[in-house]
Design a binder for this molecule. Structure first.
Ligand code: MN
Ligand code: MN
Length: 365
């Protein structure tokens, strides 16, 4: 059954008259139309017992239709009250909406107030959990797109390996990577491309800067692309010339932790168990205090979505879930290593979507 049909069944089962979906990633999930409306109103109104409609800025109607949305589209211009237009359109589908579902993690208070005003203070319930539960399991066509997105991330690391040399700056390497991707048709990265060299990499969320690469540096790349609406996210740490002993040691501990967690992925294992498997390897090696973040995160239309792989999440992995595994060790002022793959849970194990080699690559350009 299609996604809107599934949500309609949920609404019926829970006696909810309609759901107003406004998170642009969720609007894309249900309609195929991806848009950043900024402050303008974008949403899809899904009724338990009537046809849904999309509401968007008037000027974007042709884009919504071109994106494949076959249902009704209601436009609003900058001089109109978009919430009033939403209400009028909803009334034509259903005279009285007594219970309305919204995304409580997305709707701003101003719109919440306007909904109460126009719709006559309906009972408001949250739909976030249901939509998250739907999105967390990817179907075959979503998996196919995620594979392609991951292949583009692999390509980016290949470019990175060819580009690094002594004296080039982090920003220059980043530019070369993004230029190469754009030549392959990638219009958006899933987040700011990160290139960190030497002890810069010892900050898990360090910012790419004008630092020059030196022989003996480990260089950390964290990047991903948005491809047909879906994100990839890869981290590789490459060596420019022969690294020092501690760098090699830290690298191999992270590699062992990453592979232990990856190999443990199968239906039924919990997020907390996977986090623990990687964390134990790093702790046993004496670096536990330097692994300062969760093991990974879900990946799909958003670069961070459910499930969250951390030590307190007892959610069981199921076939169709897609997430990252990305342990790291960050010794301030010294060394930073992270290795990150994108994975899909299969019926009996795991499919690794990112395929760039993980054994330490010593680059001599
Ligand atoms: Mn990443
Ligand atoms: Mn990540």
């Amino acid at each position: 059954m299609n996604k809107i049909g599934k949500l309609q069944d949920h609404l019926k089962e829970n006696s909810v008259d309609a759901a107003f979906i406004t998170n642009p990633d969720n609007v894309f999930y249900f309609t195929g139309f991806k848009s950043n409306p900024h402050e303008r109103l974008l949403g899809v109104m899904i009724f338990s017992g009537a046809e849904p409609f999309l509401i968007c800025p008037q000027m974007e109607i042709p884009d919504a239709e071109a994106a494949g949305w076959k249902g009704q589209v209601i436009g609003h211009t900058d001089t109109e009250n978009a919430m009033e237009i939403l209400f009028d359109a909803a009334q034509e589908k259903m005279a009285q909406i007594q219970t309305l579902a919204i995304e409580k993690t997305h709707m701003i208070v101003e719109r919440y107030d306007a909904i109460n005003e126009f719709f006559g203070t309906p009972k408001i319930v949250g739909i976030d959990e249901k939509v998250n539960a739907m999105r967390v399991i990817k179907d075959g066509s979503e998996l196919e797109i995620l594979r392609e997105a991951a292949a583009l991330a692999d390509y980016a690391i290949e470019v990175a390996a060819k580009t690094i040399r002594e004296g080039i700056t982090e920003i220059e390497v980043m530019t070369e990577i993004e230029l190469s991707l754009k030549r392959r048709g990638v219009t958006h990265m899933s987040f700011d491309t990160t290139v960190l060299t030497g002890d810069h990499a010892a900050s898990p969320h360090g910012k790419t800067g004008d630092r020059k690469l030196q022989k003996g540096d480990l260089v950390l790349f964290d990047l991903g692309v948005v491809h047909r609406g879906y994100c990839s996210d890869i981290t590789r740490t490459l060596a420019l010339g022969e690294p020092g002993e501690e760098q090699k040691k830290v690298y191999n501990i992270v590699l062992e932790a990453e592979m232990a967690a990856v190999n443990a992925v199968k239906p039924g294992v919990t997020a907390a168990e996977l986090d623990g498997i990687a964390r134990n390897v790093i702790t046993e090696a004496g670096y536990g205090e330097y692994f300062t973040h969760r093991l990974g995160h879900g990946l799909g239309i958003s670069v961070h979505e459910f499930p969250s792989l951390h030590g307190s999440n007892d959610m069981k992995m199921e076939a169709g879930m897609v997430f990252t595994i990305e342990p790291g060790i960050y010794v301030p002022g010294k060394v930073g290593v992270r290795i990150e793959d994108d994975l899909a849970v299969t019926e009996d194990g795991v499919e690794i979507l990112t395929k760039y080699p993980k054994e330490l690559q010593i680059i001599n350009n």
